[in-house]
Ligand binder design. Structure first.
Ligand code: NOJ
Length: 553
């Protein structure tokens, strides 16, 4: 089991081929470039890569508008290069997950082109049409402020088509059995080329009823079971990581009561309350979110993250909580997006405060689930707010002090490299940080090692332990006679917290995993834990022989 359910304790690294490394000097990152950087990623210690969409696309939504599901966009390489890459990753023990974007296609996809041209086409009902403008055409936009409608008139088709996202992303009618069969075929294709599964885009919309008459769309959860079944028939250890920003009450509908739907889901509830905790130094709502998302089947796992390639969506927080996060991390209008979120990268949000940034990562890595890192965060990259919408946090990876940060030999990279100022590549780059033992990069490598040596987090039961301080979170994990306790101080000020990890007074120690020092309980069983401002401690609970007692090593 431990070795089979690899995703329970994986460390995932998310990147876009386009902005990672350009090997052929045309300004666009490519598969060759990525393959050359596999040793860097292996050295960092990550165990899986999540590749953002790289299939053929007009690129109007950074690849989330696919025009050929069975090809690599020629700017990034060929299918042959893709297989070389997955093989190279496998040789280094790294798994590959890829985005699966099947809620919609690009309007340039031949299916849509044919469907709009010919009412009799077999592709016509692969999409969702209406002769009249539906009454709710101005509702349900995912990108408010940028997108004005969910139904757009197509002159050629002489009908309106439905699009949950931008108007160049017509929704597939996922209820159509032919569309469902095609989705399985796409999964089967990429599985065959060496991937271990998919980050499935926009899952609630994929499974929602669609149509002009649909007032309150019902979800067809059975579809999720058919995806999983198919995948597991083809390749037993492949998984789906669902992008589903839903309320905790529906989590089990996505995971499946019988442990038969999604193996993984991103935990948006925890993500948002985590940012509230960082902003307000109040951990209580985060503790509640952990409790609300506790229930999940035995083989399921949460995907945890701080920032991703989209805006930090704060839509699930209360009005007051949301204002607190905006005030702390995104006070200016141009830092905000879609009336609900912040589009900045983590380091500038936390004012470049190294201790705070490290504490935030340590905290995320210590919560129940599998951590998902975003490229560049391991060196503390910044953003470029002059770029439109979410592009500000999608700038090229900063490798060195060479021109264009060593990302490309071209003078015109696909997106501008961040230059000058505190986050410019002159200061923030991999090459410099490699040489400095105290750098963010080397710290991240140590954090990843520490997380991998704490399988209790992925497998164990957890409980939040009372710390007497709203700004201090202590979480304990127990698994197979092993226990760990991880404590974070979200406050600027140092603190002394009285913590009773529940192990009694007798001979039990808290052993600091980072430096080996230990603390003994007082008569009342309590430990007095001192934490610097934004400090943290990872402890193993027990006698000094804990390494010998661990059943899995
Ligand atoms: C969610 C993705 O994360 C986002 O980047 C994209 O724009 C939409 N889905 C549409 O595919």
């Amino acid at each position: 089991m431990i070795n089979d359910l690899w995703y329970k304790n994986s460390v995932v690294y998310c990147l876009s081929i386009e902005t990672f490394m350009d090997a052929n000097g045309d300004g666009v990152g490519d598969l060759h470039g990525l393959a050359r950087r596999l040793d860097y990623l292996a050295g960092l210690g990550i165990t899986a890569i999540w590749l953002m969409p790289f299939q053929t696309s007009p690129g109007r939504d950074d690849g989330y508008d696919v025009s050929d599901y069975y090809n690599v966009d020629p700017r990034y390489g060929t299918l042959g290069d893709f297989v070389e890459f997955t093989h190279g990753a496998k040789q280094r023990g790294i798994r590959v997950l890829i985005d699966l974007v099947v809620n919609h296609t690009s309007d340039q996809h031949p299916w849509f082109q044919e469907a709009r041209r010919d009412e009799g086409s077999r592709f016509r009902d692969w999409y969702v049409w209406s002769k009249q403008k539906p009454a709710n055409a101005n509702e349900g936009m995912v990108f408010p402020g940028v997108q004005t409608s969910t139904w757009t008139y197509d002159k050629e088709a002489k009908a309106y088509y439905f699009h949950r996202f931008y108007d160049f992303q017509p929704d597939l009618d996922t209820a159509n059995p032919h569309v469902q069969a095609e989705i399985l075929k796409i999964m089967g294709f990429w599985i065959q080329l060496g991937v271990s599964g998919f980050r499935m885009d926009a899952v609630p919309f994929v499974i929602a009823e669609k149509g002009a008459d649909v007032k309150k769309p019902r979800e067809r959860f059975e579809m999720l079971r058919s995806f999983r079944e198919f995948l597991q028939w083809r390749k037993g250890d492949s998984i789906i990581l669902a992008e589903a920003n839903v309320l905790p009450e529906t989590d089990m509908d996505y995971f499946g009561e019988d442990d038969d739907r999604m193996q993984m889901m991103f935990n948006f509830q925890v993500n948002q309350t985590l940012f509230y905790a960082l902003a307000s130094a109040n951990c209580r709502p985060l503790e509640k979110a952990l409790e609300a998302t506790r229930t999940r089947p035995e083989t399921a796992q949460w995907g945890l993250f701080l920032r991703n390639h989209d805006e930090l969506d704060l839509g699930r927080l209360s009005e007051g909580q949301r204002s607190a996060v905006f005030a702390a991390f995104g006070p200016d209008k141009d830092m905000q997006l879609y009336d609900r979120g912040i589009r900045r990268r983590l380091a500038p949000m936390l004012e470049g405060n190294g201790a705070r940034i490290r504490m935030a990562y340590s905290l995320m890595f210590s919560l129940p689930g599998t951590p998902v890192l975003r490229y560049g965060d391991e060196i503390g990259m910044g953003d470029d707010l002059s770029l439109a919408e979410r592009n500000c946090a999608r700038t090229p990876m900063q490798w060195s002090t060479e021109p264009q940060a060593g990302f490309t030999k071209s003078a015109t990279p696909i997106l501008p490299v961040i230059t000058g100022g505190a986050y410019g590549f002159e200061h923030i780059n991999v090459a410099d940080q490699r040489r400095n033992p105290d750098s963010m990069l080397n710290w991240m490598e140590r954090l990843i090692r520490m997380r991998k040596e704490a399988p209790e987090i992925g497998w164990g039961d957890y409980s939040c332990v009372e710390t007497g301080q709203q700004g201090v979170l202590a979480i304990r994990y127990d698994w197979r006679n092993n226990s760990i306790l991880i404590v974070h101080n979200l406050m600027r000020e140092p603190v002394e917290a009285e913590i009773d990890p529940g192990i009694g007074e007798n001979g039990q120690l808290l052993i600091d995993i980072a430096d080996g020092s230990n603390s003994k309980a007082g008569k009342d069983g309590k430990h007095c834990v001192f934490l610097e401002g934004f400090g943290y401690k990872w402890y193993r609970i027990g006698g000094l022989d804990y390494l010998l007692r661990r059943s899995d090593i």
